[in-house]
Design a protein around this ligand. Structure first.
Ligand SMILES: CC1=C(CCC(=O)O)c2cc3nc(cc4[nH]c(cc5[nH]c(cc1n2)c(C)c5CCC(=O)O)c(CCC(=O)O)c4C)C(CCC(=O)O)=C3C
Ligand SMILES: [Fe+2]
Length: 375
């Protein structure tokens, strides 16, 4: 086995995230960045703007990323892994292009990229790769040396992602009053996406109804439900549901929505629900608004006790998982033997997105995949 602390060929890690506004003046330009060319109705944008204004125009995602950066640096230092960590976002400052420029100026030429999105899909994977390609094109136009960027594999089924989720569910169950606790249903929730995007998510061989996106979430949900049963001795019924639907109303998106689901299970006699946001790496606005505000108000109106379990955030087990993913990929790139950690039925995800993986509506260059125009 190779040295467990050898990051070669990598000379840096880039934490690549979505980005979010940091004050009221940022909200509208941020939303414009996110939705440019995506055909989102104006009404929806106004509504989402209000979600941000309700929280002072500040998205929680930036502080979450700062905490994750600190956790990664601490974990790397403790493990004796000498690898600088940078941060750049797709849609707001600190911007991806600026981060790459800084990295190149610091002499970084071979960069591992961790996206704060754990699953396949156009929005959760290829769009990050497209933005990497755009940033590289900008550097190229400026005559800067181009670094090579490698996106780390999807980590939805890594124990460092799954275990903190399980712990969060157990904590939420413990908070429910005893008479309703054992009957509580688990509502695993993730971002709704257009059905067409779900059906084509993942490598071509994994397309089909719901594609890799739905299959990966079902795998995590089942893993978590089983671990909860093992810990509590209680078999909590579970469902995979969706939230944060956007787009034009006539286009089908994944359903049911969490609020409709709460209504349905309440009508069917469920005594309580734990909402488990497995689709989100940390407490994004979707979690604070769509779950903690909107869905929680819906449940109160129904008289249905609900809890929202914790996201992974900056959990040290997740930071350690990122280190393992970097070292695993580094070994693979060196041609050394590799052990790939993964729970559940799907096995470890691919290192390199193959051609046809999570196709875009309109084809654009995407880096860090088999179809990348860059080395
Ligand atoms: C799958 C997925 C993830 C999870 C993977 C990942 O994490 O990347 C995700 C994350 C996020 N989405 C975010 C914000 C927004 N997403 C929007 C719009 C959209 N998201 C989509 C999908 C996803 N989105 C889609 C298909 C659209 C329609 C437009 C389009 O086809 O592109 C819009 C426009 C308004 C609206 O329509 O809702 C906003 C403001 C934030 C930041 C939150 C914060 O500030 O804390 C985060 C982390
Ligand atoms: Fe989104």
């Amino acid at each position: 086995m190779s040295d467990q602390r050898d990051p070669a060929p990598y000379d840096a890690l880039l934490l690549l995230s979505f980005g979010g506004p940091e004050g009221p003046d940022d909200v509208v330009p941020f939303l414009e960045n996110v939705t440019r060319g995506r055909g989102i109705p104006r009404e929806r944008l106004k509504e989402v703007g209000q979600h941000y204004f309700l929280f002072g125009g500040v998205s929680p995602i930036n502080d979450q990323n700062r905490a994750l950066l600190a956790a990664l640096r601490e974990d790397f230092a403790d493990a004796g892994l000498d690898l600088p960590v940078y941060w750049g976002n797709r849609n707001w400052a600190p911007c991806l292009t600026d981060a790459l420029r800084e990295m190149v100026a610091d002499g970084r030429r071979r960069i591992a990229v961790l996206a704060t999105s754990a699953y396949a899909s156009y929005s959760g994977c290829r769009q990050y790769r497209e933005n990497l390609a755009d940033a590289l094109a900008t550097l190229e136009a400026e005559g800067l040396p181009l670094p090579r960027v490698d996106k780390l594999r999807h980590y939805f089924n890594h124990p460092g992602f799954v275990e903190p989720v399980v712990e969060g569910v157990l904590a939420s169950l413990a908070e429910l009053d005893e008479p309703v606790r054992d009957g509580a249903r688990l509502a695993f929730t993730t971002h709704s996406i257009p059905e067409s995007a779900a059906d084509t998510s993942g490598p071509a061989g994994e397309h089909g109804d719901g594609g890799a996106y739905v299959r990966q979430h079902l795998d995590v949900a089942e893993l978590v439900a089983l671990a909860v049963r093992e810990a509590t001795g209680v078999d909590h019924p579970w469902d995979l549901v969706y939230q944060s639907r956007s787009g034009a109303p006539h286009i089908p998106w994944l359903e049911p929505d969490i609020c409709d689901h709460l209504e349905a299970v309440h009508a069917a006699g469920a005594p309580a629900v734990v909402m488990v946001p497995i689709g989100f790496v940390s407490d994004h606005m979707e979690v604070l608004y769509d779950l903690d505000t909107e869905a929680t108000a819906k449940a109160a109106e129904l008289g249905l006790p609900v809890r929202r379990s914790a996201t992974v955030g900056a959990d040290p087990r997740f930071a350690a998982a990122v280190r393992e993913l970097v070292l695993e990929r580094a070994a693979a790139e060196r041609g050394a033997p590799v052990e790939r950690c993964a729970l559940g039925g799907l096995g470890p995800s691919h290192d390199l997105c193959p051609i046809g993986c999570c196709p875009a509506r309109a084809e654009r260059p995407a880096a860090a995949g088999a179809d990348s125009p860059y080395a």
